[in-house]
Write a protein that binds this ligand. Structure first.
Ligand code: HEC
Ligand code: HEC
Ligand code: HEC
Ligand code: HEC
Ligand code: HEC
Length: 400
């Protein structure tokens, strides 16, 4: 009986209705070309394993370290990376694992494998994720994330920041939801909380922001600046009104966002001839770096006499996680967090450095690694977009 109940629950969970014409972002392009174009540049469009090599490798590493089948880990991670996966964790039970182990095709394994390879989920966190959220459940703990707290709209209504009583859109009905207008609940459904049962596997951006009492919202910094526009001006133009809108950039450092680069300050205060203080300030209202545990920011200092390099120095801003055997790893498979030198929200830090005798200038490069080289280890990642450093700031300080 208990088994039956669990199955029933799993089936209702996974049967959240998907409106087929809302699935492909290209279906929205005719009227919302700009939103689709901007969204395409974001990581939200790449949250599926087929589009993101780093994510694919990370799922593999976690499966290996936790000794779980790849599919089970994929569904767990999918809570946020693919919240419209039509399969619940509880469905990947012993029977499924046995079927996989013996390469048997059962009705259950067929259903699960079909859901895991469904074409629509390859669009990642696309329009039909955010704009089909009917309500966001209250979180009771750090494992209430993504799929578990998002309730989907049961019909062909699209939700957003406005009301459209005249149904200008036609293609969809529209309704307003307050999480598009105030607060950060929509973003934090996935940007705050644990990836696995492991407490260390937390994405903490929401709590970091909360600690500042700053009222700026995620969208204020990550969706560009406000602009006035008519949405889909060709539809019933006589009923159209100008709206205050943002851009669907969801930009990070990788997008070479000029705006985001303004949120870190770098300076130097020389004290005598052999000492200086490096001043670094994080103007973002969350840690630098925040979110995914593999990131690191590195300040590379080169001490020059004329054009000759006398010596160099490296200062890292990152969280260091180790597994049971002491190797550097991602938070999901970690046994402990051994150090945290990330810059806290709005923190201004002074770091004392020694200057070699004869130095005439210091070249300072602040680099951002999507995946720290020390964490990459044995991960097979070919696309250098994940491994090359991105320059946040590059400055030269002349000492005389
Ligand atoms: C990660 C969540 C998220 C995703 C994914 C997303 N949107 Fe949005 N969308 C928002 C938010 C938040 C707003 C409100 C922005 C604001 O404050 O002005 C919005 C607003 C809109 C609006 C109203 C006009 C505007 O630009 O503000 C349209 C139209 C829209 N989105 C279309 C789309 C389309 C089409 C896609 C798919 C390509 C998409 N959205 C994907 C979060 C999302
Ligand atoms: C035939 C044109 C058309 C198509 C196709 C279309 N929309 Fe819209 N959409 C509109 C119009 C018109 C509005 C109303 C704008 C307004 O009220 O200012 C709108 C409004 C919206 C809004 C704001 C709704 C609100 O209540 O705030 C969102 C979000 C949105 N559309 C998303 C989408 C998504 C996602 C798709 C693809 C699945 C899509 N639209 C397809 C024409 C269209
Ligand atoms: C359904 C879960 C979900 C929601 C809702 C969501 N995100 Fe995300 N977001 C993710 C995931 C997962 C990634 C990483 C995707 C990947 O791995 O490729 C991401 C990536 C990002 C990035 C890129 C970070 C980088 O390193 O470049 C930004 C910025 C971002 N999200 C901002 C937002 C904002 C702002 C909102 C609210 C309007 C939001 N997200 C809503 C899950 C979500
Ligand atoms: C005051 C501006 C500001 C606000 C508000 C803000 N961010 Fe950021 N965010 C940044 C900047 C700047 C970066 C790039 C540098 C960095 O990592 O701090 C960034 C980077 C990120 C990244 C990439 C991870 C990383 O460390 O590079 C994610 C994910 C992200 N933000 C999500 C969010 C979410 C979710 C919210 C709301 C809870 C939010 N941000 C609020 C400025 C902001
Ligand atoms: C609580 C929701 C959530 C869960 C569950 C989750 N993630 Fe994420 N993941 C995110 C968000 C949000 C980001 C973007 C944060 C950032 O850019 O720093 C992200 C980013 C990542 C990235 C970086 C991708 C890139 O292109 O930089 C990897 C890799 C990743 N996650 C792996 C995993 C793995 C593996 C699991 C399962 C063990 C998992 N995630 C589970 C929310 C989640």
């Amino acid at each position: 009986m208990k088994y039956f109940l669990i199955l029933l629950l799993a089936v209702t969970l996974s049967n959240a209705k998907i409106i087929q014409r809302f699935v492909a972002p290209t279906n929205c392009s005719a009227c919302h070309q700009e939103q689709v174009k901007d969204w395409m540049t974001s990581l939200h469009a790449k949250s599926h394993t087929d589009k993101n090599e780093l994510y694919h490798e990370a799922v593999k590493i976690v499966a290996r370290d936790l000794r779980q089948p790849y599919e089970n880990v994929l569904v767990k991670c999918g809570d946020c990376h693919n919240p419209r996966l039509e399969v619940a964790e509880s469905e990947l039970d012993e029977n499924y694992m046995l079927a996989k182990a013996f390469v048997l095709e059962t009705t259950q394994s067929e259903h699960i494998d079909k859901a895991l390879t469904a074409k629509h989920i390859q669009n990642g966190i696309s329009c039909y994720v955010c704009h089909n959220v009917n309500s966001i459940k209250e979180k009771h703990n750090d494992q209430d994330v993504g799929f578990n707290v998002l309730e989907w709209i049961p019909n062909d209504t699209i939700v957003g920041p406005f009301t459209d009583p005249n149904n200008r859109a036609g293609f969809h009905k529209s309704e307003i939801r307050d999480y598009f207008v105030t607060g950060n609940d929509l973003c934090l459904a996935c940007h705050q909380g644990q990836a696995t049962e492991n407490k260390l596997s937390v994405y903490d951006t929401g709590k970091e922001l909360e600690s500042t009492n700053d009222t700026r919202r995620c969208v204020d910094c990550h969706m560009g600046s406000l602009k006035q526009e008519i949405i889909a001006p060709n539809m019933k133009p006589n009923l159209a009104q100008k709206r205050t809108i943002r851009s669907h950039l969801f930009a990070g450092i990788r997008n070479d966002s000029k705006e985001l680069k303004e949120y870190v300050n770098l300076g130097i205060k020389v004290i005598g001839s052999t000492k200086a203080n490096i001043e670094i300030e994080n103007l973002a209202t969350h840690n630098l770096p925040s979110g995914f545990s593999g990131r690191s920011v590195v300040l590379n200092l080169k001490f020059l006499k004329g054009t000759t390099e006398l010596s160099s120095n490296k200062i890292g801003f990152e969280k260091v996680y180790r597994n049971k055997i002491g190797s550097r790893t991602l938070s999901y498979a970690a046994d402990r967090l051994v150090s945290d030198s990330t810059l806290k929200p709005l923190e201004k830090r002074e770091i004392s450095i020694d200057i070699p005798a004869g130095t005439t200038s210091i070249k300072a490069d602040l680099l951002y690694y999507v995946l720290a080289p020390e964490v990459k280890g044995s991960m097979q990642i070919k696309n250098d977009a994940f491994t090359k450093p991105y320059t946040m700031k590059s400055m030269t300080f002349n000492l005389n």
